[in-house]
Design a protein around this ligand. Structure first.
Ligand code: SF4
Ligand code: SF4
Length: 136
């Protein structure tokens, strides 16, 4: 059986940051798959939503960051509404995106840099989802 590497120190720090940003409890997910079954964007994703949260549980953050799923997610909140354990996956997706964006150029994103990044360097989805998050 293939050995799964769990939680490198680097990933632990990054995952703790994701949990802090999102405020979600990934350990509550029981892998029922209801989020994936209701996700309107799942057909275009290379990892289904319940697989994405499983990777977070296993500390496999690099695999999640390489997937298109975090950028395809439309922050529609359907998954959170369907989850029997009240895990809001859309907030986790947003937090993963933020941890990537904040490290553009191996440093935190500065407010002064934002106008320069709007010419297709930040995925449009990240901007739209951040807007939704702050205008609910
Ligand atoms: S619906 Fe909730 S408990 Fe079920 S797999 Fe998705 S996140 Fe986990
Ligand atoms: S918020 Fe994202 S992952 Fe959740 S149902 Fe909507 S598109 Fe799918």
């Amino acid at each position: 059986m293939k050995k799964i590497e769990i939680n490198s120190t680097h990933n632990k720090e990054a995952i703790n940051e994701i949990l802090e940003i999102s405020g979600e409890r990934i350990q509550d997910c029981m892998q029922c798959g209801k989020c994936s079954a209701g996700c309107p964007a799942s057909e275009s994703m290379d990892l289904l939503p319940h697989q994405a949260i499983r990777l977070l549980q296993l500390g496999q953050l690099d695999r999640l960051k390489e997937s298109n799923t975090i950028w395809i997610c439309a922050s529609c909140f359907t998954c959170g509404q369907r989850c029997p354990r009240e895990v809001d996956l859309s907030k986790l997706m947003e937090a993963v995106r933020l941890t990537i964006i904040r490290r553009v150029g191996a440093s935190k994103l500065k407010a002064d840099d934002v106008p320069n990044l709007l010419d297709n360097k930040i995925p449009q989805q990240a901007i739209v989802s951040a807007f939704r998050k702050h205008h609910k």
